[in-house]
Write a protein that binds this ligand. Structure first.
Ligand SMILES: *Cc1c(COP(=O)(O)O)cnc(C)c1O
Length: 409
């Protein structure tokens, strides 16, 4: 299929201008995309690719989903932004629908994922002082090694990734790091000033790291026993990616605070939210927190529809089914370079042995074969297609993945 519209520039011009005028804070795979539909994206020359990244799980519903697009266009022609100085006719409906779907009792709408994390940090600190009785300015939040929660100063301040932190200090105090997957280490780190434990239920950017069975249940129990707020960052794992609405459901637990973003708009708009099933968000008073765009009617209309299609079109169940199918197909690969293949739902990773020397070249080779994916941490490739993928398309992908890996290892 060709593009509807001729490209304004050629490939080299696009790359040249980006290199000259843009900050170099990314190192993208060199493909210039111009159009998307469902699982597929097309570059400026009309070449088609299967998207196996889904914009880091923001387009779980597939590119340019017609119903979400319709909601966006319709709302864009009615009312886009009021600020929270006034009320709008979409916010309450968004609250109602997101709370019903996620069994939450309070919501704070924001824009980016990092903002949702920052908002949760503020809320649990205030909860700590006002409700738990922690001494003022002493609140502590425990986080996990190799976490990824975004890029703002407070958030990179509690990252353990040197690339994310180096030369960006000084950082906000009040964070303590424990190993991921080690519930005993969490319990040992809790003190009288601990207000919250913040973790991803499966670490995404660290390379799809799945904690040992029982970990989520154990940390839930520990947090309850010590009156510590459990915050799960489900910005990547949530909204069907792992085959359940939330990854925490794999162990039947509920966090006190759940953070969502990314697929909350199906990729159309930056919208995130802090969901709480306790009264922690109740501590925030007028003027203490906000965002000009947070909770705007366009975002709310888009998010309402993005959640609706996720459920109505069976994408969560499909993620579970196709995730098993894809994982099984990958595990059948016989290849000495592969150290481990792991995944839950359609959040899947292949980790290579150190000697293989980086996963980037496989991503480049897969791109040439019409599959887009991205290495995460030197040795790992993540496969996270939109949740609408079928067996046929997985078979199509496997016919290309297998020879690429075999040629390169
Ligand atoms: C992507 C991501 C974030 C940050 O979201 P942004 O919208 O990029 O700020 C936070 N936490 C997790 C787990 C993520 O995957």
């Amino acid at each position: 299929m060709s593009n509807d519209r001729p490209a304004d520039l050629d490939f080299d011009e696009y790359l040249g201008i980006e290199a000259t005028l843009g900050a170099h804070n990314y190192k993208p795979i060199d493909v210039v995309l111009a159009r998307g539909e469902g699982l597929w994206v097309w570059d400026i020359d009309g070449k088609r690719y299967l998207d196996c990244l889904s914009a880091y799980s923001a387009v779980n519903q597939g590119h340019c989903h017609p119903k979400i697009r319709e909601a966006l266009v319709e709302q864009a022609g009615r009312l886009s932004l009021t600020s929270r100085a006034f009320r709008n006719d979409q916010l309450a409906l968004f609250y109602q629908e997101v709370c019903e779907l996620t069994s939450s009792s309070k919501v704070l709408p924001m824009n980016s994922g990092a903002e949702a994390v920052e908002s949760a940090v503020k809320a649990v600190r205030k909860w700590g002082y006002q409700v738990k009785g922690v001494e003022r300015n002493k609140a502590e939040i425990i986080v996990c090694a190799n976490n990824f929660h975004g890029r703002t100063i407070a958030v990179v301040g509690f990252s353990t990734d040197p690339t994310a932190r180096a030369d960006f200090g000084p950082f906000a105090p009040g964070f303590k790091v424990v190993p991921f997957g080690d519930a005993e280490a969490l319990e040992a780190a809790i003190g009288p000033n601990t207000v919250a434990f913040l973790a991803e239920p499966i670490q995404g950017e660290a390379g799809v790291i799945i904690p040992p069975d029982g970990y989520l249940r154990d940390v839930r129990e520990i947090c309850t026993r010590h009156n510590v707020m459990l915050i799960f960052d489900e910005i990547q794992t949530g909204l069907g990616r792992t085959g359940k609405l939330f990854a925490e459901e794999h162990e039947g637990v509920e966090a006190d605070i759940t953070l969502i973003g990314k697929a909350l708009s199906g990729g159309y708009y930056p919208i995130s939210a802090v969901l709480s099933n306790s009264e922690v968000l109740g501590v925030l008073q007028p003027g203490e927190h906000g965002s000009t765009f947070g909770g705007n009617p366009l975002a709310c209309a888009v998010a309402r529809t993005a959640l609706k299609v996720l459920v109505e079109e069976g994408m969560i169940e499909n993620s579970a089914r196709m995730g098993r199918y894809f994982l099984e197909a990958l595990r059948a690969l016989r290849n000495n370079g592969i150290k481990e293949i792991r995944g839950r739902g359609l959040m899947i990773a292949i980790e290579f042995h150190e000697e293989v020397g980086g996963a980037r070249r496989f991503c480049e080779a897969l791109k040439d074969q019409g599959i887009l994916c991205k290495e995460t941490h030197h040795h790992t490739i993540r496969f996270a297609p939109p949740l609408i993928i079928t067996e046929n398309e997985i078979d199509w992908a496997m016919e290309r993945i297998e020879p690429v890996l075999n040629a390169g290892l």
